[in-house]
Design a protein. Sequence first.
Length: 187
Amino acid sequence: DKMGQRASDTRVIHFDNVRVPASLRLGQEGEGFKIAMRTLDRTRPPIGALATGIARRALDESLAYAKERKAFGFPIAGFQAVQFMLADMAKDIEAARLLTLQSAWMVDHGIRASKNSSFAKCFATDMAMRATTDAVQIFGGLGVTRGHIAERLYREIRALRIYEGASEVQKVIIAGRLLDGLRAPGA
């Protein structure tokens, strides 16, 4: 019973004393972790796309509301603080979209995409968290009302920052690629 991503049925499965015949293995014995990590290179870009779509919806809803909602006799879209939130949402959505497209293109063309897939997943999910937080702020009291679109989008994005490796894991992957595997003593 998750706070978001409720359309996704999430379960825990346990395998005890399971034997897989050698003919059904995906790769060689002992290679499972590497295969799983390469699989994540392919599954992280779609999470980036999903996060970008959620952020886009937050922007669209916020724009429409900011144009109609009035404070002190003026639409709140006329206030610089709201304009800055909308502008940041728009620019960050475009950056996430491009990072996601780039990583998906690399995967489609058989290019090693660990770092780029992590860029897309990490940036897009962190960006969408900021965008949905700003949407809640723009909607004010409505934004924190259970079932309101801004509140729902905020809940939906939270789980995506964990799926396919949390944002912190993505940063470890990115740093590892940048530093060519260099790690601190004891790490």
